[in-house]
Design a protein around this ligand. Structure first.
Ligand code: ADP
Length: 296
């Protein structure tokens, strides 16, 4: 066996020594950078969670450790209906285990892949929740820095839960601009590419990209190469096409402005004409994951 070959060991029964809780490992949900995610059930009371399991063998570099610690440190301090609940974390010889709120309906990425386009009422339904979650984060001085459809998880009621704080950062003092970001955010803002210093406005840019994608069926700066995509982002070169209302277009355009200072903050977005003056369902049936609803 070469030194790079390893066997990842995840036991069927996971034991948290600190709390003496035994979890039974259930179905596999998905795989991230280092993590594998399973449904885990507390054997004492049958409560189910998402168990994010990271093999220690994979986090060898100092910056990986640092990122993991930062992710846990930030996520642990959060409690909001639109943020994935963080319950506990622990480790054994082989792995680090993070116990999270279970989001059974996967993420908005699978939803968008399946549906391509969402209706405007559905977009309002999801955007309001995304903004409530981000408003909470920004008030706590946390920038998520990688808001994308795949990090917007959905529970059984199709409530949005913001997750994956692997690239998140805390603003330590009023007016601080972050200079570095280790990683590649999906909907990366131009000021990050220009390495000019960045702050909360990068999340607003990403939310603009998310809203564009939900209503157009594809991301605003999509191209066949990352280099070309980055060049389009720097030039803010995108078009809004398709059957999209004037107020939705305007809302996207305010978020996708090259100058971060020109973008609205999350509180201003929450009262945007598109969200306030248009039909927004109070709940959506799960059939909306696969079929467009009819609002009549
Ligand atoms: P990474 O930080 O390594 O990218 P993610 O947080 O993206 O890991 O999680 C990897 C996968 O695990 C996701 O794509 C998703 O399928 C699943 N997952 C993560 N968190 C949850 C959750 N709270 N509920 C259900 N599935 C989840």
């Amino acid at each position: 066996m070469s030194k790079d070959t390893y066997v990842i060991q995840i036991p069927d029964i996971i034991y948290d020594e600190n709390t003496k809780i035994c979890y039974k490992k259930g179905r596999f949900f998905g795989k991230g950078g280092f993590a594998k995610c399973y449904e885990i059930t507390n054997m004492a009371n049958n409560q189910s969670f998402a168990g994010k399991i990271v093999p220690k063998k994979l986090i060898v570099k100092d910056n990986h450790k640092e990122k993991m610690t930062q992710e846990i440190h930030i996520h642990q301090s959060l409690k909001h209906k639109n943020v994935v609940g963080f319950y506990s974390f622990f480790e054994d010889t082989f792995n680090i285990y993070i116990v999270l709120e279970l989001c059974r309906k996967r993420s908005m990425m699978e939803l968008q892949k399946r549906r391509k386009l969402l209706t405007e009422p559905e977009t309002r339904f999801y955007m309001k929740q995304i903004l409530q979650g981000v408003s909470y984060l920004h008030h706590r001085r946390i920038i998520h820095r990688d808001l994308k459809l795949g990090n917007l998880f959905l529970d059984d009621e199709l409530q949005v839960k913001i997750g994956d704080f692997g690239l998140a950062a805390t603003i330590e003092y009023e007016g601080e601009r972050k200079e570095t970001l280790c990683g590649t955010p999906n909907y990366i803002a131009p000021e990050i590419l220009h390495k000019k210093g960045h702050s909360f406005e990068v999340d607003i840019w990403s939310i603009g990209c998310i809203m564009y994608t939900l209503l157009s069926g594809r991301p605003p700066f999509e191209s066949s190469s990352l280099k070309e995509t980055y060049s389009r982002i720097k030039k803010c070169q995108y078009k809004i096409t398709g059957n999209i209302s004037a107020s939705a277009k305007q809302m996207i355009m305010t978020m996708l402005q090259p100058d971060p200072k020109s973008r609205p903050n999350v509180n201003q977005l929450m009262v945007h004409d598109f969200l306030v003056n248009g039909y927004c369902p109070t709940s959506l049936p799960v059939s909306c994951l696969t079929m467009a609803p009819r609002f009549d």
